[in-house]
Write a protein that binds this ligand. Structure first.
Ligand SMILES: Cc1cc2nc3c(=O)[nH]c(=O)nc-3n(C[C@H](O)[C@H](O)[C@H](O)COP(=O)(O)OP(=O)(O)OC[C@H]3O[C@@H](n4cnc5c(N)ncnc54)[C@H](O)[C@@H]3O)c2cc1C
Length: 599
């Protein structure tokens, strides 16, 4: 059974060396965001994730949740870990000081969030949803609601949820039916049933603040008639203390493939008092604050699980003795060599390493640019950062969660038959990862968002802007012999990306189905190109470090070798996706419907 060690050296590489957090944030006038501060978060965060959280991960999976008289009981150790998390102030890290937060930008919490997911993804969902709900309330709520709820959500005393899904209304939120009747005092009575609500009920906090999408009586049909309401589990009195029950109940919890310790609840709202967040009928726009926050969070879930799966795989590959190396015995004193000597096992491990480390740069780059879009004093830079974030968000969500499926599956494969057996614990990672391509908008929907809204919605400009950034990075390395090959193979794909975008755009003018037919392959293509950009930035740091001979040469050389694996063995997958994306809609849509029916 593996254990989790926070990858501190790689976090340092990404935040200090590749993405230059310190200089970036200082240029925003945030001199308080120092190297030492970030180091403190890394060190202490690692201690929390490794020693407090990771020991609860297996217990949570095995033990699952109790459900007694409508109340959910979290697995042993969850409450203690949660209290410690709050006492140590982790919940307040990125919130506004006005509400009791420490005011750190989101970028400073990325590494910590990844560590929490690796430590225990199911546990992390409780606090992760609260952060997203608090951010949405802070962005769109009125002062009274903020004063009443935010301090306690920020401290972790109360938690938050997002209640969108209904049994007949999943991807298509325009179908939702939950009602909100206006009352004379300005509040609403919310009635309806939501399903699949993560952390809809539990015993970690004394109140739960639900953000619920519902319709007012005069609302227009479809997505234009959806409003967002704050509905607490317990009503809150004028002094802010939770009082009477508010007609909110958990009808049942789902029995799931993975994340067994995260309650997925059927939630009933029965004339529950609710308060409008933002304007009536603009609920979906408000909820997008939460969804974008959560989409990066789900990408980070993929990332954290991938890291853990890679750690499990390398531990096992070093221990398991099977066969002899084809190029000569490596462990003559043992009955067989460890499986890490076999090229095919190396292929699996290096593929994991390339996706994990490349994914980390992609994720953290997106987080850094989110901060730039709010904090950068240069307004044009803010706009460029926001444009990049909009483009990268569906890629981070979908590409990194698909990568997590591959990386966790490879971990099982490296373990052979033992990977399929519960005892080794790696099958849990694959089961836990499986939800990440589904929730927060399925990966198919992310792909439509990327190609339909982000690319064609800007007349192709957003893709051209990212392609230009990548070409600028390539140009920076002109004449650097060690990266010339990487620049060449990446540059070729960036050119192909431009052509592919134009080809699909032209086809879509003739037939709107072309966008849906190409979207998933287009997203994969874009993901590989963007990850290639990240790998180029990483080797762009590593190569001069090796030349300067400043130490840590092994680490930097490993970066160059892993980059070569990415560029030569993983990036070529993009070409197959381009061919599939170009194949068009007719092949998908021409088979008459009866061929999809059981005779
Ligand atoms: C463990 C878990 C936790 C969850 N947590 C929450 C939560 O906290 N809050 C919440 O509100 N919801 C939550 N959900 C719900 C989740 O977000 C939805 O399951 C998801 O959005 C998909 O909706 P659906 O299941 O109804 O699938 P459907 O919408 O029925 O989709 C089925 C398939 O059809 C595809 N599809 C649907 N429409 C289109 C289209 N227009 N174009 C192309 N393809 C399409 C989808 O990609 C998918 O492959 C959770 C779900 C699970 C399983």
């Amino acid at each position: 059974m593996y254990s989790y060690r926070a990858p501190l050296r790689d976090f340092r590489f990404v935040v200090h060396e590749v993405l230059d957090f310190e200089d970036r944030y200082r240029s925003y006038g945030r001199d308080d965001l120092t190297h030492d501060l970030l180091e403190g978060i890394l060190e202490e965060g690692a201690r929390f994730a490794e020693t407090v959280l990771a020991p609860t991960n297996r217990i949570g999976d095995e033990h699952g949740l109790g459900f007694e008289n409508g109340n959910i009981v979290t697995p042993p150790g969850f409450r203690e870990a949660y209290l410690r998390y709050c006492e140590d102030g982790w919940s307040t890290m990125t919130a506004d000081p006005q509400w009791g937060g420490q005011g750190l930008p989101g970028g400073f919490s990325l590494a910590f969030s990844e560590m929490l997911v690796s430590g225990n993804m199911a546990w992390k969902m409780y606090s992760g949803l609260t952060e997203s709900a608090a951010a949405t309330l802070a962005a769109h709520g009125n002062d009274e609601l903020k004063q009443r709820y935010l301090p306690r959500m920020v401290s972790g005393e109360w938690s938050g949820t997002m209640c969108l899904t209904e049994s007949h209304s999943g991807t298509d939120l325009g179908l939702l039916r939950t009602k909100a009747e206006p009352q004379a005092d300005g509040s609403f009575l919310v009635t309806g049933t939501k399903i699949f609500i993560s952390c809809g009920d539990h015993d970690l906090t004394s109140n739960i603040v639900h953000l619920v999408l519902a319709r007012t009586p005069d609302a227009p049909p479809g997505t234009k008639g959806i409003s967002l309401f704050l509905v607490p589990k317990f009503k809150v009195d004028a002094k802010g203390a939770p009082g009477a029950a508010n007609g909110v109940s958990c009808g049942s919890i789902e029995h799931k493939m993975g994340i067994h310790a995260s309650p997925t609840c059927v939630m009933h709202f029965n004339d529950s008092a609710g308060w409008l967040i933002g304007k009536a009928n603009e609920g979906l726009a408000c909820m997008f604050t939460m969804m974008n926050h959560a989409r990066l969070g789900v990408g980070l879930q993929g990332q954290g699980l991938s890291e853990l799966a890679w750690q499990a795989a390398i531990s096992y590959a070093n221990e398991r003795l099977q066969g002899r190396s084809l190029s000569g015995v490596k462990a003559p004193d043992r009955p067989a060599d460890p499986i890490i000597v076999h090229p095919d096992v190396r292929r699996m491990l290096l593929t994991q390493k390339a996706l994990v480390e490349g994914g980390r740069v992609l994720c953290f780059l997106t987080g850094r640019e989110i901060d730039s879009s709010h904090l950068n004093p240069d307004l044009e830079e803010r706009r460029r950062s926001a444009e990049l974030v909009a483009f990268l968000t569906p890629i981070v969500k979908a590409f990194l969660t698909d990568a997590a499926m591959e990386v966790t599956s490879l971990a099982v494969q490296v373990h052979g038959g033992h990977g399929f057996i519960r005892e080794t614990g790696v099958e849990q990672l694959m089961r836990d990862a499986r939800i990440t391509p589904i929730y927060e908008g399925t990966n198919g929907i992310q792909a439509m968002d990327l190609l339909g809204r982000k690319v064609f919605g800007t007349g192709g400009k957003s893709q051209q802007a990212v392609a230009k950034r990548i070409r600028d990075t390539i140009a920076r390395f002109e004449g650097v012999a060690e990266v010339a090959h990487f620049c060449e193979v990446l540059g070729k794909r960036v050119d192909a990306w431009d052509k592919l975008t134009a080809q699909i755009g032209a086809a879509a003018l003739r037939n709107p189905d072309e966008v849906g037919a190409a979207a998933s392959d287009y997203l994969q293509f874009s993901g590989y190109v963007c990850m290639g950009w990240c790998w180029l930035a990483a080797v762009g740091v590593a190569v001069p470090k090796i030349a300067a001979g400043e130490g840590d040469e092994d680490f930097y050389r490993a970066k160059v070798v892993t980059a070569a694996h990415f560029f030569d063995r993983i990036l070529p997958r993009a070409d197959a996706h381009a061919a599939a994306a170009r194949a068009g809609a007719s092949g998908l849509m021409s088979l008459p419907a009866e061929h999809f029916q059981i005779a």
